[in-house]
Design a protein around this ligand. Structure first.
Ligand code: GLY
Length: 360
């Protein structure tokens, strides 16, 4: 089974996303066709290299094996990738291919966007999280000076290949992390401006078993629904001037939780889920959403095995981290808040108001 989605940012920026369960033979063939006249630098996650390299049709010479983990998304590794690109003699007509999770996609994409002022870039996400989020939409970045994604660019890939065979070997923690972002899409669906209702919320409520089993056709559908929503948002607001912020539901607290625990305790999706538990409750208390929708949404998240955060963190420190988040454009902190069924809106609070919000 294969689904193809089209992303059209403007007249000159358009690309395809393929979601399939085909064998690696046909993936190899498609990559060959797309890049046959190009030199290639393949930035591949170490884990993926160990598990799948023998099945992929790349030479050892064109590969840069990338260590896994957020802490590796730094300028030293970025420079190593640049060095490899230049030692391979890549020119402006050539291509960088990222194979791995969000870290690999972000840093390889940033390298592609800056090498010779921008060369072709192909994304092959191998985690659920990168498939439903970071591989699509053109955000590329590295972390610097303790701040996540502070150096980066908007740079759309030439093509995205999502092959769900990679998901089979994903450990449970990483799979759940992806589901965290998937659940987010269910809560924002009606704000994305997609042309029709996809009923992702209902699909998730009814499909728990098949999704947790990673049943191939269900996974293709699930990724397709999420990406249809993401594409709709990104096509309206590529550079996050407004609408794209809704993709950050649960992320204000989520990012602060990741930062306060130095990216070592919670996966990204897990932290986002804690953010969603919190903001759903707050939205209900403030009467933005009725009790019935609040309860159903909490139950939906819990059906996937998530529980609200138990550990108590210092609120002043959390809010301080939220202030430093690069997404704040003023001294105020932005929260995306559920305001109706499957709808969200943006609110901005002063740090003092935010502290109050968490202490209420
Ligand atoms: N991860 C959120 C975005 O792509 O805007």
């Amino acid at each position: 089974m294969k689904q193809t989605l089209n992303v059209k940012i403007n007249e000159n920026k358009e690309y395809l996303i393929e979601i399939s369960d085909s064998n690696f033979e046909s993936l190899n063939q498609e990559i060959y066709e797309l890049t046959k006249n190009q030199k290639r630098l393949v930035v591949i996650s170490k884990k993926v290299y160990k598990l799948y390299f023998s099945e992929l049709n790349f030479s050892e010479e064109e590969v840069f094996i990338f260590p896994d983990g957020e802490k590796e998304k730094n300028y030293k590794n970025y420079l190593k990738i640049m060095k490899k690109a230049s030692s391979l003699g890549l020119t402006r007509n050539d291509v960088i291919i990222a194979i791995g999770g969000g870290v690999v996609g972000d840093i390889a994409g940033f390298a592609a966007s800056t090498y010779m002022r921008g060369i072709d870039f192909i994304q092959i996400p191998t985690t659920l999280l990168s498939a439903v989020d970071s591989s699509v939409g053109g955000k590329t970045a590295i972390d610097f000076n303790g701040v996540k994604n502070i150096i980066g660019s908007f740079y759309q890939p030439k093509k995205v290949f999502i092959n769900i065979n990679f998901l089979k070997s994903l450990d449970k923690k990483q799979f759940m992390s992806g589901l965290g972002e998937v659940l987010k899409y269910a809560l924002i669906e009606e704000s994305c401006g997609y042309k029709e209702s996809l009923f992702l919320y209902e699909f998730l409520a009814l499909g728990v078993e098949k999704i947790l089993e990673r049943e191939p056709v269900t996974m293709i559908r699930l990724i397709e629904y999420c990406l249809n929503l993401k594409i709709a948002v990104v096509q309206q607001d590529e550079k996050e001037g407004g609408l794209r912020k809704i993709l950050n539901l649960g992320h204000t607290l989520g990012h602060a939780l990741e930062a306060i625990t130095k990216y070592s305790k919670y996966t990204h999706g897990e932290a986002v889920v804690y953010g969603m538990f919190f903001i759903l409750k707050w939205a209900y208390k403030k009467e933005y959403i009725p009790y019935s929708y609040y309860r159903l949404s909490i139950e939906l998240i819990e059906k996937y095995g998530f529980k609200p955060l138990k550990h108590k963190y210092n609120i002043e420190k959390l809010v301080d981290l939220m202030k430093k988040d690069k997404k704040s454009t003023t001294s105020k902190i932005t929260f995306i808040v559920p305001c109706n069924k499957k709808q969200v809106k943006e609110i901005k609070l002063t740090p003092l108001e935010a502290e109050f919000m968490f202490k209420e």
